[in-house]
Design a binder for this molecule. Structure first.
Ligand code: SF4
Length: 439
């Protein structure tokens, strides 16, 4: 079915990638709606498709191209507008694909309505959202850019400029979302912990001395907002988890006792090649400090398998390290060679079979660690933010605790989007189930 309108006003957005990209898609949605465009609930009805792409792996590059092709097939007369990190770097791969009307740089996302409408405008404005469609929790992007240059990562090539959203704007954005009914706000950034770095440099440049501005300043300002809500930090690099941040989280119940700190490898030789600038011992010391400061803190992480030159002993060091630090959840993924990064030219002789074997071995260690972490909460009551959709397989309610345990339980739909007390009852390697404690 293809219901085309004559005015080319009906749009459909597809988003790939991280929380920042999802936030930016919501901002694009609001910009287009404000400009009089109409959002379609089904892709068949659109005459403008916005594909907000990602380039973190080769697989997601392919997916980005897949969606462009699919939308052209769905409506060959539609305008396809491509933006996001893949479009930022690979303009030439996209430009001649059928249906492409515009390729919009990340920094020009705020101009999307003018660009589609053919208006001449140079204005680039900070993105701002007032809602978060189809999400139980709202992501708020407070920072952009990364200058860490990990050897495998393409992100600094596509989002290099550090930029921090001013605190007053963050506060007003969060206040609006809370007023809308969101019970959890997730603060997100390309390198979240670097919030404030560019503000400090700009103040030094104008001779304002040596000010301090970091994530704790943002949390202090947000903690003053009244209302029944909680705050969660998205991924943060180890070097930004300061003593002050740990103390602040420990002292403020409103901030989730959860830190997602990418590990990437538990082997020092691989960490050096990755240009991660810490050792496994440093990471372990940080984990110990967090657990001593924040009671029952959840530490989740990302770990890469198959970095070029990863030998059996390097890999086994990572497996051992996972068992030692007991992350409550770990995202395991395999190395993807990204053009333009230094790791792309590092030789690798790992077969697909070895990669697969290592992936499953590490995944099994991570599941074991997660089980050990969750087990300590059996019999305890946790506050669960109930998802607005039931679990697909079981039809039960589901949601996350402040310490990021996903729990399945029975209860009425009226709990959806709210924070509900749930007693943890039982678990296996993958699932945790509980009982809703009706008051
Ligand atoms: S910290 Fe490293 S992995 Fe993370 S975005 Fe920056 S360069 Fe990439």
């Amino acid at each position: 079915m293809n219901l085309q309108s004559n005015g080319e006003k009906r749009f459909f957005i597809h988003t790939l990638g991280c929380k920042v990209n999802q936030y930016e898609s919501q901002a694009i949605r609001e910009i287009l709606l404000k400009a009089g465009f109409i959002e379609c609930i089904s892709k068949e009805m659109a005459d403008i498709y916005v594909v907000n792409t990602c380039t973190v792996t080769e697989k997601v590059d392919k997916e980005s191209r897949h969606w462009i092709g699919l939308f052209h097939k769905t409506n060959p007369n539609a305008k396809i507008v491509v933006t996001g990190c893949y479009a930022q770097q690979n303009t030439e791969d996209i430009a001649f694909l059928p249906g492409i009307a515009h390729i919009i740089k990340n920094q020009d996302k705020s101009r999307i309505a003018d660009i589609i409408g053919g208006a001449q405008t140079e204005k680039q404005e900070p993105l701002f959202i007032t809602d978060f469609k189809n999400h139980t929790r709202a992501f708020v992007k407070i920072q952009d850019g990364c200058d860490n240059h990990c050897s495998y990562c393409k992100v600094p090539l596509v989002r290099s400029i550090l930029s921090s959203k001013p605190i007053d704007i963050i506060v007003s954005e969060v206040e609006g979302l809370i007023a809308k009914g969101f019970k959890e706000i997730v603060l997100a950034g390309i390198c979240l912990g670097a919030w404030g770095k560019d503000l400090i440099s700009s103040q030094i440049a104008i001779g304002a001395g040596m000010p301090s501005a970091d994530l704790v300043d943002v949390l202090k300002a947000l903690d003053k907002i009244s209302g029944d809500f909680r705050l969660r930090l998205s991924s943060i690099e180890p070097k930004y988890v300061t003593d002050e941040l740990i103390d602040f989280i420990a002292a403020h119940k409103r901030i989730c006792r959860h830190l997602h700190i990418p590990l990437q490898s538990g082997d020092d030789e691989i960490l050096r090649k990755m240009n991660r600038r810490y050792t496994a011992k440093d990471y372990k010391a940080l984990v110990d400090k967090i657990r001593a400061g924040i009671s029952d803190a959840a530490i989740t992480t990302d770990i890469m398998v198959g970095f070029p030159g990863e030998k059996d002993e390097n890999f086994m060091n990572t497996v051992k390290f996972v068992k030692e630090i007991v992350p409550s959840r770990a995202h395991i993924f395999t190395f993807s060679a990204r053009s333009g990064t230094s790791a792309c030219s590092m030789p690798s002789d790992l077969s697909q079979a070895t990669l697969k074997k290592r992936y499953y071995e590490l995944r099994s260690a991570a599941l074991g660690a997660s089980y050990l972490y969750r087990k300590q909460f059996v019999g305890e009551e946790l506050n669960i933010l109930v998802e607005t959709k039931r679990d697909k397989n079981s039809g039960r309610l589901t949601g996350y605790s402040d310490n990021y345990i996903k729990v399945l339980f029975d209860g009425p739909d009226t709990l959806m989007g709210k924070i509900a007390p749930v007693r943890i009852e039982d678990m296996n390697l993958v699932y945790t189930q509980g009982v809703y404690e009706q008051s």
